[in-house]
Write a protein of this length. Structure first.
Length: 433
């Protein structure tokens, strides 16, 4: 019988754990899917005074979960909150071979001057969209996310006259299949615009009525500034009407005149939709003069908008340090997996943070802790989840790692030894249970 078969699916305690920013070893007690106690472990304290195991029972060799005990021995490894991925085009995963490199060349070259052309080229993949054809690839991407320790994904699905409802329905199907292992928020996303793609707005409405969790948008893709404002207003109206969060890809090109992030922040304040809106990319911000960035940060702060950045998928990226200094939560996202915009990706958020460490030159111990926040607590906060922490009352969405420091986690970016969702083991060593 394998260890995976013997392990209890429900965990009552995690012992001998290290926690970020806390010294010593700790014991976590779990019940009813939540963390009910976080207690310092004294040197020499018996490992198993509860859960029905005899006092003094030795810890499992190498930090294994002991058979039948309901206890995981972390063996001095870090225990963290699970990861959140605030931006993934889940309907497009593993479609690069259908298109070739033309869109990649336009999106990544010339300071992103050809970003709009890249989107136009990439839209050809939607001619292949059919729900039953998309589901297997989406399912595999979600399995990898669970294995690598992600418990929350905001998943964009193209919803337009070319994709129709095939992509969003495929993503919703997989969302429902995996809802006891991971939370997937499906974004009905009009990738080709609203004014540029007449009929897309009605399809987004239909997708939300069918069960999409989030209203999407991409206002910068429209051809004029008035049309960009109409796009923002139309999707904001829909979000308010259906009482849904709103996520928009904004200013995703090397054009310093783009201001759709500002438009969205103003609309959020006007409609009092604070803390229910996220922005993805905002890459043009990198080209703004300092006064313009400062004004934008103030607007985002007043609007309660968090930012998801994907610096590994394009040569420009948002001013992450400036945003964080202004108190605006920032998350890192996977964005793409082997599609027309990015040829790699394993749905491994530690790998995303590892890449960001180099692109952003974040290498000190404090920097690495910050990167862990941007795939953990802060990433969840951007998506409106302030409770994804290793604290009493938080959901027991937890990861037990081999590494003992953030540097070790990022160096290896391995799957966690155990991934827990609501206090239940859902993956071990990257494999689903």
């Amino acid at each position: 019988m394998t260890d995976a078969v013997r392990e209890p699916r429900t965990v009552g305690e995690i012992v001998n754990a290290r926690l970020r920013r806390r010294d010593g070893l700790w014991r976590l007690r779990l019940a009813d899917g939540s963390i009910v106690a976080v207690e310092a472990q004294n040197p020499g304290e018996p490992v198993f005074p509860t859960a029905g195991a005899p006092t003094g029972t030795p810890a499992g060799a190498g930090g294994r979960s002991l058979e039948g005990s309901g206890i995981i021995d972390a063996a001095g490894g870090l225990v963290t909150e699970s990861f959140a991925n605030g931006h993934l085009h889940l309907c497009k995963v593993n479609t690069l071979e259908l298109l070739g490199d033309d869109a990649l060349r336009e999106y990544h070259g010339g300071g992103m001057g050809g970003a709009m052309t890249a989107i136009e080229l990439a839209s050809a993949v939607k001619d292949h969209y059919r729900q039953d054809r998309l589901v297997p690839g989406i399912r595999r991407a979600v399995e990898r996310a669970v294995g690598y320790g992600t418990s929350l994904i905001r998943a964009f699905a193209d919803t337009d006259t070319r994709a129709r409802l095939e992509g969003v329905r495929a993503v919703m199907q997989v969302r429902d299949e995996f809802r006891d292992r991971i939370e997937i928020e499906v974004v009905a996303f009009p990738q080709d615009g609203l004014l540029r793609d007449p009929g897309a707005g009605e399809l987004v409405r239909a997708a939300v009525a069918e069960g999409a969790d989030v209203v999407g948008g991409i206002p910068w893709i429209e051809l004029t500034e008035p049309d960009m404002r109409r796009h923002v207003d139309a999707m904001m109206d829909l979000a308010v009407e259906f009482d849904r969060p709103l996520s928009m890809l904004v200013d995703d090109a090397g054009d310093p005149t783009l201001r759709t992030t500002e438009m969205l922040a103003m609309a959020t304040i006007d409609r009092e939709w604070q803390r229910r809106v996220t922005v993805q990319h905002a890459r043009a911000m990198a080209l703004y003069p300092e006064p313009a960035r400062r004004r934008l940060f103030e607007l985002l702060s007043r609007a309660g908008i968090g930012v998801v950045s994907d610096p590994h998928t394009g040569p420009l990226y948002a001013d992450i340090d400036g945003l964080r200094r202004s108190g605006i939560p920032v998350a890192l996202g996977q964005d793409d997996i082997a599609d027309a915009y990015y040829p790699f990706g394993r749905n491994n958020m530690l790998e995303v943070a590892f890449l960001a460490a180099h692109l952003l030159w974040k290498t000190t111990a404090a920097n690495l802790d910050e990167l862990c926040d941007m795939i953990g607590t802060d990433a969840a906060r951007v998506l409106g989840r302030d409770d994804r922490r290793v604290e009493v009352g938080a959901p027991a969405h937890l990861l037990v790692h081999r590494g003992t420091t953030p540097r070790e986690l990022l160096t290896e970016h391995d799957a966690p030894r155990y991934a827990l969702f609501g206090g239940r083991i859902v993956a071990r060593e990257g494999e689903l249970i």
